[in-house]
Design a protein around this ligand. Sequence first.
Ligand SMILES: [Mg+2]
Length: 183
Amino acid sequence: MRISFDIDDTLVCDASVPTEREISRWRRWRYPERLRRGTESLMAALVRRRCKIWIYTSSDRSTHYLKSWFGSCGIQVEGVINRTVHERKVGLRGPSKYPPAFGIDLHVDDSPGVAMEGAEHRFEVLTVAPDDPDWTARILAEVDARIRANPYWHARFAPRPAPAIERFLPSLTQALRWMAATP
Ligand SMILES: [Mg+2]
């Protein structure tokens, strides 16, 4: 599944919204913007579901800047649509964002206007507010529901089972506890 994210007020919010942990001075100098707290674990959870991460922004941040900035946070961005790319493909008269033109299955955005465009032009938008503390859980629930509802995706994108050791660990712990309790 290909999922795209808006930047402003979705992954980068104002100072009132918690951000990811403190980063090195060098990285702050290269990438002055701070990602919203939860972004890194959300993206990792999406990658485990074999989702491809895209950025869809109406800003003019460059593809190179966005890919290297997210890459420095351990997030692999497959594709970037900025204002220039959007206007080249969709034109100036269409909706402000049009994810289907780029094969995107779900777009995440703070803007109710983009959600309205989605309803009008038949593309899928999940709206998350900057002040929603449960935003990552909401996105994962939505993605999981979509994967479950689609047999093709379910076969391909269902979350991978935990590694064998994690499945084995509870019974191992129980056995050790039993052995320790046995005189
Ligand atoms: Mg926005």
